[in-house]
Design a protein around this ligand. Sequence first.
Ligand SMILES: Cc1cc2nc3c(=O)[nH]c(=O)nc-3n(C[C@H](O)[C@H](O)[C@H](O)COP(=O)(O)OP(=O)(O)OC[C@H]3O[C@@H](n4cnc5c(N)ncnc54)[C@H](O)[C@@H]3O)c2cc1C
Ligand SMILES: *[C@@H]1O[C@H](CO)[C@@H](O)[C@H](O)[C@H]1NC(C)=O
Ligand SMILES: *[C@@H]1O[C@H](CO)[C@@H](O)[C@H](O)[C@H]1NC(C)=O
Ligand SMILES: *[C@@H]1O[C@H](CO)[C@@H](O)[C@H](O)[C@H]1NC(C)=O
Ligand SMILES: *[C@@H]1O[C@H](CO)[C@@H](O)[C@H](O)[C@H]1NC(C)=O
Ligand SMILES: *[C@@H]1O[C@H](CO)[C@@H](O)[C@H](O)[C@H]1NC(C)=O
Ligand SMILES: *[C@@H]1O[C@H](CO)[C@@H](O)[C@H](O)[C@H]1NC(C)=O
Ligand SMILES: *[C@@H]1O[C@H](CO)[C@@H](O)[C@H](O)[C@H]1NC(C)=O
Ligand SMILES: *[C@@H]1O[C@H](CO)[C@@H](O)[C@H](O)[C@H]1NC(C)=O
Ligand SMILES: *[C@@H]1O[C@H](CO)[C@@H](O)[C@H](O)[C@H]1NC(C)=O
Ligand SMILES: *[C@@H]1O[C@H](CO)[C@@H](O)[C@H](O)[C@H]1NC(C)=O
Ligand SMILES: *[C@@H]1O[C@H](CO)[C@@H](O)[C@H](O)[C@H]1NC(C)=O
Ligand SMILES: *[C@@H]1O[C@H](CO)[C@@H](O)[C@H](O)[C@H]1NC(C)=O
Length: 783
Amino acid sequence: MVKAHLTIGLLPLLRLALAQQSSSYVDPLNGIAFQGMTDSTYGITIGAVFPPVGTQSTEFIGEIVAPKSATWIGVALGGAMVKNLLLVAWPSENSVVASARYATGHVLPSVYSGPVITNLPSTSVNDTHWNWVFRCQNCTSWTGGSLNTTTSSTWAWAYSTSAVDTPSNPSSTFKIHTDFGHWTENMSAGHASADDYASYLAGGSGSGSTTTVSSTATTGTATTTTATTTSSTTSSGPTSTAAAYDYVIVGAGPGGIVTADRLSQAGKKVLLLERGGPSTGQTGGTYKAPWAANSTLTKFDIPGLFETMFTDPEEFWWCPDVTVFAGCLIGGGTSVNGALYWLPNDADFSSANGWPSSWESHQQYTNALAERLPSSDTPSTDGKRYMQETFAVVESLLEPQGYRQITINNETNSKDHVYGHSAFDFVNGKRGGPVATYLQTALQRTNFALKTSVLVSNVVRNGSQITGVQTNDTSLGPNGVVPLTPNGRVILSAGSYGTARILFQSGIGPSDQLAIVQSNAAAAANLPPSSDFINLPVGQAVSDNPSINLVFTHPSVDSYDNWANVWTSPRAADAEQYLKDQSGVFAATSPRMNFWREYTGTDGKTRTMQGTVRPGAASVNTTNSYNTSQIFTITAYLSQGITSRGRIGLTPSLNAQPIVDPWFQDPTDKVVLTQALGDIIANVSSIANLTLITPDSGMTLGEYIDAYDPATMNSNHWVGSAKIGANSSVAVVDSNAKVFNTNNLFIADASIIPALPVGNPQGMIMSTAEQAAAKILALAGGA
Ligand SMILES: Cc1cc2nc3c(=O)[nH]c(=O)nc-3n(C[C@H](O)[C@H](O)[C@H](O)COP(=O)(O)OP(=O)(O)OC[C@H]3O[C@@H](n4cnc5c(N)ncnc54)[C@H](O)[C@@H]3O)c2cc1C
Ligand SMILES: *[C@@H]1O[C@H](CO)[C@@H](O)[C@H](O)[C@H]1NC(C)=O
Ligand SMILES: *[C@@H]1O[C@H](CO)[C@@H](O)[C@H](O)[C@H]1NC(C)=O
Ligand SMILES: *[C@@H]1O[C@H](CO)[C@@H](O)[C@H](O)[C@H]1NC(C)=O
Ligand SMILES: *[C@@H]1O[C@H](CO)[C@@H](O)[C@H](O)[C@H]1NC(C)=O
Ligand SMILES: *[C@@H]1O[C@H](CO)[C@@H](O)[C@H](O)[C@H]1NC(C)=O
Ligand SMILES: *[C@@H]1O[C@H](CO)[C@@H](O)[C@H](O)[C@H]1NC(C)=O
Ligand SMILES: *[C@@H]1O[C@H](CO)[C@@H](O)[C@H](O)[C@H]1NC(C)=O
Ligand SMILES: *[C@@H]1O[C@H](CO)[C@@H](O)[C@H](O)[C@H]1NC(C)=O
Ligand SMILES: *[C@@H]1O[C@H](CO)[C@@H](O)[C@H](O)[C@H]1NC(C)=O
Ligand SMILES: *[C@@H]1O[C@H](CO)[C@@H](O)[C@H](O)[C@H]1NC(C)=O
Ligand SMILES: *[C@@H]1O[C@H](CO)[C@@H](O)[C@H](O)[C@H]1NC(C)=O
Ligand SMILES: *[C@@H]1O[C@H](CO)[C@@H](O)[C@H](O)[C@H]1NC(C)=O
């Protein structure tokens, strides 16, 4: 479902593979011994030095050294953007202007008061660089987080080449960064002596050394820390006998899990690699809301906690190196998504929608999916529906326009003027999806293995023959390369962004993206010789639904406090009811109703609009007063038939991001969605006490749409980055889901889907994986 949160990229971190480690260095400019890192791509150095351990200090001295091309730099002390202390700085005239910032969501961070920032004398700007050297007092804790300076933790940086709006003003607004990255700041190795620290504050240099804190266990519960001299360690490269697999599948999202289950069911020796860790309790997950602490129910189990995915500073479930929301944990997107679940319709797999004709007979695969993972529009275990007020209000809005109510997944081909109760892939009142079903059957087989916390960077190949998969886990094979059995195959299921990046890092894709990989020393080392590069349109022709929110109030509606309290202080009766038998409000995510209508554009093409109705709202923009307890949202998406396409690529730091936004590239898409939104609100005035508050009466619908921030049009439904098709100039995989010009590399996830389905895509993706698994098994030449 849509999330109207502005993704400003400084997304998560935690357990980031290959994250750079900080080291100690002395800045020749000021003689201060810092613990920090230099990013080789942009030539930015960021360091920090702390007062001696045991002084109960809440400050540190930091520096940012950056070339003038960096118009601003941000540092996230907790490593993530949300609910962490952010320090943002830029050059202005001959000095550096900075401020502490804070964000409660993925939006422009606002100025944060509490920290006291003082520029130290060596702060300077010369012809080529700016150098911000500062004291940051009251900077080791903030609302909702803190630093433990006797440990290491992940910090993040953001880099921009776009100037802030008012450089002289520390409170200036600025646009989303150009790139970002993470490193492990070894704060324990970054403490100065009291004398050195005092000297640094006074503008002097020190002895040039830092001390390392090491924890020594003592009797009882107390822990003492002692200072020791710094020593460097080198890691040995352990190797063990490597097991070879018939099929190595990369990514345990819906695509990878369904494929892995079907291939292991067929007796193949299958390894499923997942970069993330546990999600639901069944997978070993333990991250729980305080009120569910004594249950086995994690954040990922309890559907009603869905809205907290976007406001929780932990954020370990988001891929740290993708600039849009992507789930990096067991289940992929299905462990963190809205769980709206639609069985695909015939048009979703039609040749008109870009599928090879051999894929059109999808019904047996869709049936297989529905059998393994049934949908439910009554997810509460007591069979009752909760919080139906928005359903009733929107029903009264649609009925005069000829809509009829259906059980949506019982009539998959009816997608015009229909509405119904939202359907989900929950199982027994909990998030279920492929993790609770397909993955469980696979795990029972001895010819199947799942390895988590394993990051795949690329496939290893000799020309068109894939010989293994490069991971960061040396227990899986020499240098981390997992070998294949003779005739073994690799299947990428790392999602629209993850799969595209693995292809680029394997020397497969357009030359501009391969050039970015070539200029990254670590990744370049794993590329095949350039004579073996395979030029395919990877990342091109991606689509995602453009979606626009309308926010209303109605006195009958309960906004559920906009889901703001469900983590820490839920309504007690609802929490109790859910813990008791997984029934009630918490047994569903926020959506309550969905509807569809077809439109024919001026280009003669049919496009379908999907509406999703939910209590609460991501943002309200009105100057009129309104009752926040009565707000609800209708999100209108343009889905099947959409003609706009965008592009996915890499930043120089190898973050995956949209490089051409896919929304409204074709103006006809905008015209049609505008018309659809107009129809939704056409009868508002005929419903007693229903008020449209965003856009409000001060703005026309057209003005509202024109001003809509493109980033908030993102629906997180990306498809098409490795699309299926007739030949290697228009597509990445052939009708067997095999990557063109390779012998044994396949893709089974959202990437191969050539055009958006009519509804939210997870059902379509799993049906696609069912069919891909069957075609791969049927294709001769495999293990
Ligand atoms: C916030 C949000 C809400 C959504 N709501 C809905 C909804 O309500 N209904 C719906 O149908 N769809 C929804 N979606 C979309 C849906 O979840 C995705 O389309 C779907 O999960 C994509 O499936 P996939 O298998 O292609 O990839 P993913 O689900 O992204 O899975 C890819 C997996 O690969 C792993 N991986 C990636 N790179 C690597 C690597 N290099 N090495 C090892 N492992 C790797 C990832 O950790 C992940 O587990 C939502 C998505 C988001 C983000
Ligand atoms: C490999 O990467 C994953 C995902 O980032 C990480 O959790 C894991 O610790 C890494 N493994 C090693 C050995 O570095
Ligand atoms: C320190 O900062 C916090 C905000 O993080 C603020 O609430 C607190 O008042 C500050 N303390 C002092 C002594 O200024
Ligand atoms: C400009 O500042 C940078 C960063 O401190 C430094 O490396 C460089 O030597 C300086 N250049 C000159 C000409 O002083
Ligand atoms: C900080 O980390 C050390 C070492 O892991 C630990 O012993 C100590 O309890 C931590 N302090 C706090 C306040 O969490
Ligand atoms: C931090 O640095 C110290 C000293 O170099 C080292 O012993 C320790 O292992 C480092 N911690 C991490 C997490 O790298
Ligand atoms: C969990 O159990 C502990 C120990 O019985 C108890 O103290 C605590 O209050 C319980 N927490 C919740 C949220 O029920
Ligand atoms: C919808 O289909 C399911 C499964 O076939 C069936 O159990 C249910 O009764 C149907 N519901 C309606 C309202 O037709
Ligand atoms: C690569 O494949 C070619 C033939 O396709 C073979 O001659 C060569 O030995 C292979 N190279 C390696 C390193 O396996
Ligand atoms: C809010 O609405 C006003 C007009 O009513 C408009 O000028 C402004 O751009 C809107 N702000 C956002 C963030 O959409
Ligand atoms: C706002 O709505 C709530 C719930 O409908 C109601 O209880 C409350 O009285 C309303 N507040 C105002 C100021 O109208
Ligand atoms: C609903 O809106 C349409 C378009 O404005 C109008 O023709 C129709 O009369 C309205 N119906 C009702 C019941 O208000
Ligand atoms: C609309 O609101 C008025 C008071 O503001 C109330 O008397 C009336 O019952 C409401 N109508 C509906 C249908 O909620």
